[in-house]
Design a protein around this ligand. Structure first.
Ligand code: DGY
Length: 422
């Protein structure tokens, strides 16, 4: 395939327009601050035409890293009344203000990609600084978010997963007590069609979990041990395993042998731990409740990150490919965030069906690495068609291809430039 110069131009223009000086907003209006994993993917897009700007995106993000190692999910660089919950609601007392939770740990993987594109110099100071930041963040996950000591990732808020309203969280969220939630005004539904956003009852639960963290003074130990939402997320577990492999490559390149040893041990632990997420009935790796041990039993786009993380045996891979085949038969565009026919499937509603290109990108990369180049190419081509048909939306209906959520979305533009538009 040859590049489409017009869409290339549009994609670059979106990144430049959403650039607020050292960081990029995901989209104007709906998300007016810096988001953690958005910035990581955005850096890949910038790297295709301005490598210095790509590094700066991540440097700005880690400049707000907490002393305990957590990289927050939102950094509120400036005031904006158009978003709820803003910095006053989070009340983390940080400068700059941040949220009190994190987001998917994809940063080390992206730092490695930027460093390799820049010539893979082991003495590169920008890589070395970000290497240390990623290491501190991975240690934070190991210290605070591995309650079962099996190398998997527990989340204490569904927003941490990035897959905010995936039905994987429904059962755990249903147990969250919302009686202490004071009246508040949502802002998201003022920007986009409410039919594409989480429902009100779900939002109340999100706010209740936030309030728990705030009341705990954002003490990450107390939140992990006693919080109202404790899910082992298949997506973040796979992403952290992959990120540990990439961080290991950076450690080895620098001759940092003690850290390399530490990371190798974490990798082995996670590879073994992942077996606990396999659900034989679903034929997929699924998220599980850390408190009840219950598996969601749901096949989502995150289940296919097994390829990206390099886990699963031949029989498990065959079951996953079978699930992909089923999805390809029931959807016009791969890769839906939830299989059609699953409970709560909705082709327009956020993470209950729509296609999200950043997850598709990671899945396609993993499939190509694990010998499934045909499936990787199918996902790439479908992703490109979605942008060609609908534009650079936040997400897309897998059935109609219609864009959903915010328009002129930074990470969608980045995915066009760095991956599917090639
Ligand atoms: C939102 O506000 O919907 C964001 O996804 C939270 O991170």
């Amino acid at each position: 395939m040859t590049r489409n110069p017009d869409l290339d131009r549009q994609a670059r223009a979106i990144l430049v327009r959403n650039d607020r000086g050292g960081y990029t907003v995901p989209t104007n209006g709906l998300y007016p601050f810096q988001w953690n994993w958005d910035s990581a993917f955005v850096a890949l897009g910038f790297a295709t035409f301005d490598r210095a700007r790509a590094w700066a995106e991540i440097e700005t993000l880690v400049s707000a890293q907490w002393e305990d190692g957590m990289i927050p999910h939102i950094i509120f660089h400036q005031q904006d009344e158009g978003y709820f919950p803003g910095p006053d609601v989070w009340a983390t007392g940080r400068t700059p203000p941040t949220s009190g939770i994190t987001q998917p740990p994809v940063l080390a993987t992206i730092v490695r990609a930027l460093w390799e594109a820049d010539g893979a110099d082991p003495d590169c100071p920008r890589m070395q600084r970000l290497y240390r930041a990623c290491l501190a963040s991975h240690r934070w996950f190991h210290t605070y978010r591995d309650p079962l000591s099996n190398g998997l990732v527990m989340v204490t808020h569904n927003w941490e997963t990035g897959r905010d309203n995936s039905s994987e969280w429904d059962d755990a969220l249903a147990r969250v007590d919302t009686s202490g939630v004071q009246p508040y005004q949502r802002r998201d539904t003022g920007h986009v069609d409410a039919a594409m956003r989480p429902e009100q009852q779900e939002y109340d639960r999100y706010v209740a979990i936030l309030q728990f963290g705030r009341a705990a003074g954002w003490d990450h130990r107390a939140i992990a041990d006693h919080g109202p939402f404790r899910m082992i997320d298949v997506g973040m577990s796979m992403e952290l395993l992959r990120a540990n492999r990439d961080l290991l490559a950076l450690a080895e390149a620098q001759g940092d042998y003690p850290v390399a040893g530490e990371l190798r041990a974490r990798i082995v632990l996670s590879e073994r731990g992942m077996k606990w997420l396999w659900n034989e009935d679903a034929g997929a790796f699924c998220s599980r409740d850390a408190t009840t041990g219950e598996s969601s039993g749901l096949v989502t786009n995150a289940s296919f990150l097994a390829f990206y993380a390099g886990v699963g045996n031949a029989a498990q891979h065959a079951r996953l490919i079978a699930a992909l085949e089923r999805m390809a038969q029931s959807a016009r565009y791969l890769l839906p965030s939830l299989e059609k026919g699953s409970r709560a499937y909705d082709h327009r509603r956020y993470w209950r069906g729509p296609v999200w290109l950043v997850v598709s990108y990671m899945v396609a990369q993993g499939l190509a690495e694990q010998g499934h180049a045909d499936w990787a190419e199918r996902i790439r081509a479908d992703s490109a068609r979605l942008i060609e048909t609908a534009g650079f939306y936040e997400s897309f209906s897998p059935e109609t291809g219609e864009g959903s959520g915010g328009p002129d979305f930074s990470w969608t533009a980045a995915m066009w430039l760095a991956w599917c538009g090639r």
